[in-house]
Unconditional design. Structure first.
Length: 256
């Protein structure tokens, strides 16, 4: 017997997929909204991020059914949903994804894709990596992304696209000011998952905002922020080579 739960977006398309999904549930799968081993998310990537409270700190397997506008993390749609309950039982189809944690005002926030810090004004920030001074940055912000999130906003910001689920995370400077007093490396930095970044905001603190997987959180009130990466407790359905296919289809050329 397998325990599952499902969450979904409010879109009409997700409602249609819900009906298809419910029609396929075998008799030995029992829905349990509290204690579940499998969580099916019906919607696009945004639904996955917004419903992360259901799995972020839970040991369960997460499967995205593409009932939204775009499903980079999804492997199931109306064409193959009939195979879903066979494929999700194969342990090799899952990964433990990297997640990013940012600590603000002694409170932690977690992201599957990315964390974006943005200021409405150019500000100065001291950056330390593993307690070692790295640079004094002047510009509008930073972007921190996981390997899974590297093909999202990180790509548009000039970061590297990471194909495999490598244990790392990435920092990209946003609109750095380049002059003698504030010259920065100006390139993305890829760090091991046990690295820690400390930011000390020197000015314009009230102009900073933090966006975690597309959701804006409260304005920054403390000048010091910490960013680090960990393995998620949950597992994400992500069969081999699917990311290569999706990157090609999204950015290079559609499948023949």
């Amino acid at each position: 017997m397998y325990k599952y739960n499902y969450v979904m977006s409010d879109s009409k398309r997700a409602q249609t997929y819900k009906s298809l999904f419910l029609d396929k549930i075998p008799s030995n799968w029992i829905r349990d909204e509290e204690e579940y081993d499998y969580l099916f998310v019906i919607g696009g990537d945004g639904t996955l991020f917004r419903r992360s409270v259901y799995f972020m700190h839970k040991s369960c397997k997460v499967i995205l059914i593409n009932g939204g506008s775009f499903g980079f993390f999804s492997s199931f749609n109306e064409k193959n949903i009939g195979t879903i309950f066979d494929k999700v039982l194969i342990d090799e189809n899952y990964i433990h994804p990297q997640i990013i944690e940012i600590i603000i005002n002694k409170k932690s926030y977690f992201a599957i894709n990315d964390i974006y810090m943005i200021s409405y004004k150019n500000s100065k920030v001291d950056v330390k990596i593993n307690e070692t001074y790295y640079e004094t940055f002047k510009g509008t912000g930073f972007l921190f992304s996981t390997p899974l999130g590297s093909s999202a906003y990180n790509k548009s910001a000039g970061g590297a696209v990471i194909i495999d689920n490598i244990d790392c995370f990435q920092m990209v400077e946003i609109h750095p000011v380049r002059q003698v007093d504030f010259n920065t490396l100006g390139s993305p930095i890829i760090l091991s998952c046990d690295s820690k970044i400390t930011l000390n905001i020197l000015d314009c603190i009230n102009d900073y905002h933090v966006i975690v997987d597309g959701t804006k959180i409260n304005s920054v009130e403390n000048s010091q922020l910490t960013i680090k990466s960990n393995l998620g407790k949950f597992m994400l359905y992500n069969p081999n080579n699917k990311k290569i296919n999706k990157i090609r289809n999204a950015f290079i050329k559609k499948e023949y």
